[in-house]
Design a binder for this molecule. Sequence first.
Ligand code: COA
Length: 181
Amino acid sequence: MIPIELRSSRLRIRRADSGDASASFRWFADASVTRYLPLAGKSVLPLESIESFLAQAASSDRPELAVTIELNSHGPIGCGGFRNFDDHAAEVSLVIGEPALWGRGLGREALHLLLRFGFADLGLTAIWLIVRSDNEPALKLFRALGFEVVEHRRGAVTVDGIPRDKYKMLLSKNDYEELAG
Ligand SMILES: CC(C)(COP(=O)(O)OP(=O)(O)OC[C@H]1O[C@@H](n2cnc3c(N)ncnc32)[C@H](O)[C@@H]1OP(=O)(O)O)[C@@H](O)C(=O)NCCC(=O)NCCS
């Protein structure tokens, strides 16, 4: 397994494990957190399925490499990771599970750490993600870090009877390095 210990001034990102189950359960039971996620409008994820996912993720990097995001002196505040590995590309995911902490630049800080790790340590040359086209905060964040829309999936999902579009966004290692300087 790849060791994961990523740090910035405010954050630590480490491999997720079973000890994160209760925090994850709380994040994914919060409708404001799941509003734009595939879970939107669906029933709450059972604690047991979170526990079994985390137990598996704690001891493997595939099919999903799962991380927990900690805020210094606060503990776990979110999660993310990489999945859908394909040659030198993978999908990244990011959730800051504490809405009270949104808008303080923590999402941006966490994504920077994940991107640097993905390109430098996982050897990826492209990182992509799927985002709802009405998820304004996420779109702003992804565009600011250099992600570009490469696919527009109209009516990709219907939530509470309303069809919603999704974007596939992609960032190449070259573009990231150019932007990050
Ligand atoms: C998307 C998410 C990770 C952003 O986290 P965050 O810690 O608030 O991000 P930041 O504080 O770094 O802000 C990123 C950008 O979003 C903007 N933003 C934050 N809250 C916003 C809001 N309510 N409306 C519009 N823009 C907003 C910020 O202004 C910032 O842009 P700027 O740098 O140009 O000012 C967080 O909202 C989240 O986890 N949401 C739930 C899960 C989710 O939707 N994940 C993405 C799935 S694809």
